[in-house]
Design a protein around this ligand. Structure first.
Ligand SMILES: C[S@@+](CC[C@H](N)C(=O)[O-])C[C@H]1O[C@@H](n2cnc3c(N)ncnc32)[C@H](O)[C@@H]1O
Ligand code: SF4
Length: 494
């Protein structure tokens, strides 16, 4: 590394600056955290990575859970508020080719798993129910023919009111789907139309609610959003009261996140501080509404690592507990425990191969430990030694991480007792991020530096002031509010 730069701008601070660009040690969600330092990989390398993970599982050194994630990127229109990795197909061929490449990728892995019972299937997007009946049938029958699922597996599909027809609902149930998310966002026709969300109306949503009553075995999640252009406080709260009358098992309320890829943001829109405050007020009112209707939010019991409600959805739980995920389709992220992380580019990047290109970062058990510790310390400010021991069969204080944790304690930055490693001060996000970078392995640090070397040269010419840098890190970390309410009939907390 350039020594002048090193002197003026210490490595840890440089790495933290990468957080400005949405980088994390391991990616959690492709739309927010693009893992730019991944290297191209061949299919056989990825296949071998999975063989290694299966070996680790067999000898009890990796969590037994493996989830299958399938990303269907297509939607009928691009909603103005949407941050997801999606595309509107220009013609039927695009959907046909998209399905073909998913089927090919499934084929490339089915033999390796040889009947291994997956613990979940999550089909997300985009809008999986935008597939034609024939495509939905073909995909599900292919999955059922090539992969096995445990008896209790959650088979979960994202649906939208514009695309969930009677026949598609029948197909989903026929193939054992036991949980769906109905993305409603708003019940106001004006708001929906203004957001270019084609094919949805209040009448259609209420009709679907009625139909879903015929499937009592199906767990129903509903997604709603606060802060869509043209939506008032009253609009949202009235919509929410109507949705609660239908009594979904789980209700997710997102406040609008103006990430750069959102069409509204691309047209220059920014959520002001005042608007963000308004969203928070609405969320507080939503809490009261949910409570009165008998819904609750799940809280950490403070002792054991638990799954937070916002992580419970989809395969967030598997990722949190470091279990493995086989991701198929554009922008899907995969985690082969103890072996590799990899991703596919989003659909927009043209490729001519039958199986989508892979970009990977090799892992091993020590990298898993580092990623696990960084995740807990950054998200909750503490690391449960029991949780760590349960996963890795070793106390964190007997691992290579101990030297760093001890040095933090010596410097007064952390407190270590028999149960937890606590960060002493969670308030200064910038300092916290810098500190956590101590946990990065040399290999990852090297990869980051080489990936970002041109940025580093740019920094060399115009080093940002510390105050500016803190402000940026703070912005990066101030995530819009988000709630999950559940009525207690269904809770998958691990
Ligand atoms: C992967 S999207 C797909 C859902 C499905 N296609 C639909 O529209 O119903 C999942 C959820 O993310 C939420 N979402 C999408 N863009 C968002 C944004 N910019 N800010 C906050 N939430 C967002 C929406 O509530 C949406 O239902
Ligand atoms: S909100 Fe759903 S339907 Fe709308 S563009 Fe995003 S993924 Fe597609």
């Amino acid at each position: 590394m350039n020594s002048v730069l090193e002197k003026n701008f210490p490595l840890s601070e440089f790495l933290t600056s990468i957080v400005w660009n949405g980088e994390l040690y391991y990616p959690r969600d492709n739309s927010r955290y693009q893992a730019t330092y991944f290297k191209p990989a061949r299919l056989d390398e990825i296949q071998n990575a999975w063989r290694k993970t299966l070996d680790l599982i067999r000898c009890g050194r990796a969590p037994a859970d493996i989830g299958l994630y399938i990303h269907w990127p297509f939607c009928p229109s691009h909603c103005d508020f949407c941050a997801c990795s999606m595309a509107v197909p220009r013609n039927e061929n695009e959907m046909r080719d998209g399905l073909f490449s998913i089927l090919k990728e499934l084929d490339a892995f089915s033999e390796i798993f040889g009947g291994y019972p997956f613990s979940s299937l999550w089909m997300g997007g985009g809008t999986p129910t935008f597939m034609t009946d024939a495509q939905l049938n073909a995909l599900f029958s292919h999955i059922r023919d090539s992969f096995s699922f445990s008896q209790k597996a959650q088979i979960y599909v994202e649906a939208s009111p514009a695309t969930l027809t009677d026949s598609k609902l029948d197909i989903l149930v026929k193939y054992g789907v036991n949980r769906i998310t109905l993305g409603i966002q708003s019940l106001s026709d004006l708001v929906i139309k203004g957001a270019n969300r084609q094919g949805q109306s209040r009448e259609k949503v209420l009709g679907i609610f009625q139909k879903l009553r015929n499937f009592p075995g199906l767990v129903i999640d509903v997604d709603m959003m606060i802060g869509i252009a043209g939506q008032s406080r009253l609009d949202f709260l009235q919509d929410m009261a109507d949705v609660l009358r239908f009594r979904p098992h789980i209700l997710h309320v997102y406040s609008f996140d103006d990430r750069p890829q959102v069409p509204w943001s691309k047209q220059g829109g920014r959520v002001s501080k005042q608007q963000r405050g308004e969203h928070e007020i609405i969320l507080t009112a939503a809490d009261r509404l949910a409570l009165r209707a008998g819904y609750a939010q799940q809280h950490d019991d403070g002792v054991h690592p638990i799954l937070y409600p916002w992580e419970e959805k989809q395969d967030g739980g598997l990722r949190k507990f470091r279990a493995s995920v086989l991701g198929i389709g554009p922008s899907a992220i995969s985690h082969a425990f103890g072996s590799a992380w990899y991703t596919h580019p989003p659909l927009t990047q043209k490729n001519d191969s039958e199986v989508l290109p892979f970009f990977w970062m090799k892992a091993n058990i020590e990298e898993e430990m580092r990623g696990y510790a960084i995740w807990y310390l950054s998200q909750t400010g503490r690391l449960s030694r029991r949780g760590f021991l349960d996963l890795f069969n070793i106390d964190v204080m007997e691992t290579p991480l101990a030297a760093i944790l001890n040095s933090w304690e010596k410097d007064g930055k952390a407190l270590i007792n028999d149960d937890f490693v606590f960060l002493r001060d969670m308030r200064d996000l910038a300092d916290r991020e810098v500190m956590l970078k101590d946990l990065y392995s040399k290999e990852i640090t090297r990869a980051l530096i080489s990936q970002w070397s041109s940025e580093m040269r740019a920094f060399n010419h115009s080093l940002p002031s510390k105050a500016k840098w803190r402000e940026k890190v703070f912005q990066q970390n101030s995530v819009p509010g988000f709630r999950v309410y559940h009525d207690g009939r269904f809770w998958r907390g691990l």
